[in-house]
Design a protein around this ligand. Structure first.
Ligand code: ATP
Ligand code: MG
Length: 590
């Protein structure tokens, strides 16, 4: 854990150009509507605030007020206010909705791309870390870019309106306002980097505490067994203290920033007071206008304070966008392409440009649905090969059994066949062709294991999340597998209420729904109950009889009816040939 803390990335203070580009891409589909809404919002705020100016002018121009004058004023105010309210409400509702839709595009796209990162990323990054980062960044972005952004822009509209109204009262105030704007900007610059750095630190520090918490929950049984409760608690307290210290430091810095803003505001108010005194004395301005100027100077102070508070909050949301943007630009796994309609411009290749690039390998007969040639494989950043010179071919409908002692590389061979990791040497051809798009390649395979992903929900949803099939089809598939669960059966998280055999049968049903050409079956290492074992064996021989199969076996009877056997020993082919021959040699060796 100590490593996690000390290895925190160096803090990046400037936002990248890419980040703003990504944000623009989020809003692009809605840009016209958003511009219109912003104009409506601005008009609404300007009309709302200009009421005061209307009253002031009215009072300054008339010495004796008649009831008719008052009536006319009230009517004008009522109309102005009604229009202003309608415009403001329209702006807030429409803008919040559009903005939320826009930023949710970023989340969708990032999630999609993360799901296509190289396997190495998932092997080396703890799940807790990824989900914490995602939930906190996305939480900040989604929370702030909806209603609060509308509110933040309203503050800007107010500030511009106040500026116009004060300048309209007398242009001399433009000078004092410009000078104070420069002062405010200076103070912001003075504090911004430090505040941003601290907020980034805070958001990075949140990760290890939450990751540690989820580790503790996941490993609760082992922690108790080994009596490490105290150690885990101590680590959590340490992480928590670091987070708390950082949070307090952000708070005190914000306080310092606020005090500086108030000092400038107080000076501005004092200067405006002096100017008003001079103008009134020389009859250059009426008392109504003075009320407006001083009232709006005070209002501006408050609005500015709120503006900077929101501004620093948006900084945090922008940090979130920046980090999502980094995910968005990370390389995808080898031979992976984005869909042609993918909107966010990054360096990744898109599918349309590569669709016609299928490389046909000469010399390989298309009669083989799968050909593996001189395949050597090592996991990323490992020097030693796990598989060396693997070579075999399968005709349509042929069945290959893979045997070998534990650690021989059987499951690794499946990962390599699915191209889950880059293949350093050799090739895997489908129908004599190298599929340039790894997704097209995987489409040909269905893998049946007990390690599939199950989520809390009905069996129906676990089989067919997007409801692409009707119940009739799903029931037919379930009947083929022999699984005796009904579609409404509720599966617990991670399939905890399913037996090993049931998991395999559901996995088989998923494979049948996918209708892939090649079925890979990785047998459970632990015992499967005899009933399920019979069902699986029956499915392999009956339901999948026409399909090409690769079966990894821990018990030899699973592969006895295969056409060929490949015996793996320490990542190399020990023997490959007809089933009887290889099995006899294997039995003889032990
Ligand atoms: P079993 O019969 O126990 O399932 P297996 O034949 O399927 O064994 P593999 O799981 O392929 O064996 O493992 C082969 C070797 O590759 C082992 O030495 C293992 O430690 C290593 N290995 C497996 N997965 C990874 C991984 N993700 N990263 C690094 N090494 C791995
Ligand atoms: Mg294995």
């Amino acid at each position: 854990m100590k490593n996690t803390i000390t290895k925190l990335k160096p803090v990046q203070i400037k936002f990248s150009k890419n980040m703003f580009n990504t944000l623009f891409q989020c809003y692009r589909p809605y840009i016209i509507k958003i511009i219109l809404t912003v104009v409506i919002g601005f008009l609404g705020r300007l009309l709302l605030l200009s009421n005061a100016q209307l009253i002031a002018r009215f009072l300054d121009q008339r010495q004796n007020l008649t009831s008719m004058d008052l009536k006319s004023l009230i009517w004008q105010l009522a109309i102005l206010l009604s229009v202003a309210f309608v415009l403001t409400i329209l702006y807030r509702t429409v803008f919040s909705r559009l903005s939320s839709l826009a930023v949710s595009r970023l989340y969708d796209e990032t999630t999609y791309r993360v799901s296509r990162f190289p396997m190495q990323f998932f092997d080396t990054t703890p799940v807790g870390q990824i989900s914490t980062r995602f939930s906190s960044d996305y939480g900040n972005i989604f929370r702030l870019f909806g209603g609060p952004l509308a509110e933040f822009l309203s503050l800007i509209f107010d500030l511009i309106s106040i500026l116009i109204i004060i300048a309209f009262a007398h242009p001399i105030f433009l000078i004092s306002l410009s000078i104070s704007a420069i002062c405010f900007r200076f103070i912001l610059k003075l504090n911004q980097n430090e505040l941003r750095r601290k907020r980034q630190e805070l958001s990075i520090l949140r990760g290890p505490s939450v990751a540690h918490f989820s580790e503790t929950v996941q490993g609760s049984v082992s922690i108790r067994q080994h009596r490490k409760n105290k150690l885990f608690q101590h680590r959590f307290e340490k992480l928590d203290q670091m987070f708390l210290d950082c949070k307090l430091s952000v708070g005190s810095h914000l306080m310092k920033f606020s005090v500086q803003l108030y000092v400038i505001s107080a000076i501005l108010f004092f200067v405006h007071g002096l100017i008003c005194f001079y103008l009134l004395k020389n009859q250059l301005i009426g008392p109504g206008q003075i009320t407006v100027i001083l009232g709006f100077t005070l209002l501006a102070t408050n609005t500015l304070q709120m503006f900077f508070e929101w501004y620093s909050q948006f900084d945090e949301a922008l940090i979130g966008v920046d980090r999502m943007d980094q995910y968005l630009r990370k390389p995808l796994e080898t031979d992976s392409y984005l869909p042609a309609h993918s909107d966010f411009d990054t360096a990744h290749l898109k599918k349309a440009k590569t669709a016609s690039q299928k490389i046909s390998s000469s010399g390989i007969k298309a009669e083989y649905i799968l050909s593996v040639q001189n395949l050597s494989f090592s996991y990323p950043e490992q020097i030693e090969n796990i598989l060396t010179d693997i070579q075999f071919s399968l005709k349509h409908g042929e069945k290959l059994g893979i045997i070998g002692r534990t650690g021989a590389g059987k499951s690794t061979l499946i990962s390599a066949l699915l191209r889950l990791y880059p293949i350093p040497k050799g090739s895997i051809l489908i129908d004599g062709q190298y599929k340039t798009d790894v997704e097209d390649h995987r489409q040909q395979f269905s893998v049946i294991t007990q390690e599939q992903f199950f989520f809390k929900g009905s069996l129906r949803d676990n089989l067919d999340l997007y409801h692409a099939f009707d119940d009739k089809n799903l029931i037919r598939i379930l009947e083929q597998t022999g699984l005796e669960l009904n579609l409404d059966f509720q599966i617990d998280e991670k399939g905890q209420n399913l037996s090993m055999g049931e998991k395999q049968l559901i996995s088989l049903a998923r494979g049948l729904l996918k209708n892939a050409d090649i079925f890979i079956f990785d047998e459970a290492t632990s015992n499967v109950d005899p009933q399920s074992e019979k069902l699986i064996q029956r499915a392999l021989t009956n339901v999948l009889s026409e399909k090409t199969q690769i079966r990894i076996a821990h018990r030899l009877q699973t592969v006895e009816d295969c056409d060929q056997i490949l015996w793996l020993d320490n990542g190399r082919i020990k023997k490959y040939g007809p089933t009887k021959e290889v099995l006899e040699a294997f039995k003889g060796s032990s």
